[in-house]
Design a protein around this ligand. Sequence first.
Ligand SMILES: [Zn+2]
Length: 301
Amino acid sequence: MTQKFTYETLPLHSTASNTKFEIDVWRYNHPDATKTVYLQGGIHGIELTGIPVVHEFIKEIEEHQLAYNFICVPLSNPMGLDSQIMGVQTGYNNIHTNQQNCWNWNRITNLKDEPSQEGHWIRTLLDLAEPANIVLDLHTAGVETVPHIYYHETEKEYADGLGIPHMLAWSTPSYSFADTHHQLGKIALTFELSSSRGVRSEWVEESLMYLRRFFGILPKAEGSRTWQVESQLKKWYSPEGGVLCWHIDAGDSVSEGDVIATLYTRQGSVELKSPYTGVLLLKNPAHAPHERQELAKFLVE
Ligand SMILES: [Zn+2]
């Protein structure tokens, strides 16, 4: 008998005009399954690539009749997705209805018992993922990035071989979705599939390759580099305000002292040199930074 997904819609809350926010859940149960997988996209509303990736991978699960149980939530944060200003996605934090603190949507599992919008929403997602042994949370990063994956240092075997260029091992958990599930004893990985705010078909296709390798549809790949988050992931801040013109791309290797950007200030242009030897992991969205605004993240050798 061919296993098919079934579909359910869960209510979250309604707006002032009584528009409903809802979450769609797709479930698949295989008779030979020994493990349950929770696969979600879109927890940050500016991070779009994971949403089509989950929709496409649902088709592949059925096509290959994968011997797992799946709980799939392609669009886990409709409030985030619907947050845009003049056509630009802004749903990284809850800036719509939370006037106090602009919660980062992926740092609030500690609010799960609070009767707020954020608390009810994250509780709904945590309850959905509760039966899972494996939690795969699909994100994107920066205005430009090279694909990477975050995993607890004890779970390297699950992040390795997927063909993702950079593997980032952490040891201290945050209140993120995946970190919280790691602490519950599950395999929990945070994928950073592509740049944020846009979607390109080649990003979707490359991301599907990662999932195919994870589930054995494709053989494992080599060539990922491993880094420690606490000691090797470094932020870089603008020395002064101005307009930033990059000379390198995310994913490029750099040496300390290389000229990597020009900053056009009121006094003229300043050449900005790489503060590190390593890899430019991602560029932040600000291209007209204020003094001390974060410009980028590096992986440092
Ligand atoms: Zn994210």
